[in-house]
Design a protein around this ligand. Structure first.
Ligand SMILES: NC(=O)c1ccc[n+]([C@@H]2O[C@H](COP(=O)([O-])OP(=O)(O)OC[C@H]3O[C@@H](n4cnc5c(N)ncnc54)[C@H](O)[C@@H]3O)[C@@H](O)[C@H]2O)c1
Length: 294
């Protein structure tokens, strides 16, 4: 999608860049002329990407390990390895399968915070001294769920809301250095993560169809579309900082059926001024059509 030399000669560090959204972003920047540093803890997919993308290098890195990032930042970010200085950093996350509050634990929540939030915090902190010199920018990957919530996903949603909030706080503080900080909040993007979650559900096809129907556009997004948005934020959106760019196919628009099957319902009745013409049409088990008047 992105093409040409919009980002020629610049360094882009993409954490979680080995597959899925990260790979889409790495590819879009490579096609824009950037030197892409693919940081991932999974060597196989990231190394395959390194072969495919011109100018890309793979760096083995676990974003929950500060020491890994302490090594990667001095190696890849400052000159002379790449000139001019770097523009960008992106983050990885884990999205656990649906879980009720009772099934979550503080320990799991802490681990998710380490990965989804603190990984981005640590890399930002390490990279900012360099980014300030180069007037680079940061793009975090948040999620639409951080803004609108998601059922049975409390820890994930909380970490993503925090990523968006951190983006705004950092944007304020870094503006004086000319460093822009933005985030992208994807909705449903078809990636290996999504496929794994669908495959673990009792009816994967139904799960996938439900996700497709969530978008007015009638499809899920593609990693390349997130990549194109990231290139736009990094190279064109020079007056944007602290924004949350929603890439959702319109998933958050309009009303939908949101009460769960066990929510007690309160359904107002039509007043006698409006005589019934047809039985109520609903799929909710608690809403029965009124008995015919005798
Ligand atoms: N796919 C979606 O529908 C969707 C929606 C909203 C937000 N997001 C967000 O987009 C991001 C990427 O999601 P995805 O669907 O592409 O996931 P994915 O699982 O397909 O890819 C994630 C990549 O991150 C790497 N990774 C995981 N843990 C790591 C660690 N500790 N250190 C370094 N690398 C690590 C994995 O090896 C993998 O290459 C996540 O932040 C996710 O929350 C995805």
């Amino acid at each position: 999608m992105a093409s040409g030399a919009r980002y020629a000669g610049k360094v882009v560090v993409v954490t979680g860049g080995g597959r899925g959204i990260g790979a889409g972003i790495a590819q879009a920047f490579a096609e824009s002329g950037a030197h892409v540093v693919v940081c991932d803890k999974d060597e196989s997919s990231a190394q395959a990407l390194e072969q495919q993308l011109p100018g890309a290098v793979f760096f083995h890195c676990d974003v929950t390990r500060e020491e890994d990032m302490r090594v990667s930042v001095p190696v890849y970010i400052p000159p002379p390895r790449f000139q001019p200085l770097p523009p960008l950093q992106l983050t990885v996350a884990r999205n656990p399968p649906a879980q009720r509050l009772e099934d979550t634990s503080a320990q799991d929540f802490r681990q998710l915070l380490e990965l989804n939030l603190l990984g981005s915090y640590t890399l930002s902190k390490l990279a900012l001294p360099h980014l300030r010199k180069s007037r680079g920018n940061i793009i975090n990957i948040s999620s639409l769920t951080g803004a609108i919530g998601q059922s049975q996903a409390l820890p994930y949603v909380a970490t993503k809301g925090a990523v968006t909030a951190m983006t705004k706080a950092l944007a304020l503080d870094e503006s004086k250095y000319g460093v822009r900080v933005n985030c992208i909040s994807p909705g449903n993007i078809w990636t290996p993560l999504w496929e794994t979650l669908a495959a673990s559900s009792p009816d994967p096809e139904a799960e996938i169809l439900k996700a497709v129907l969530a978008q007015p556009l009638g499809r899920m997004g593609q990693p390349a579309e997130v990549g194109a948005a990231a290139v736009f934020l990094a190279s064109e959106a020079t007056f944007c900082t602290g924004i949350e760019l929603r890439l959702t196919g319109g998933a958050e628009l309009g009303y939908g059926s949101k009460a769960s099957r066990d929510t007690p319902l309160e359904v107002p009745a039509l007043s006698p001024a409006f005589p019934r013409q047809a039985p109520a049409c609903t799929t909710h088990p608690q809403v029965q059509p009124p008995a015919p008047e005798t």
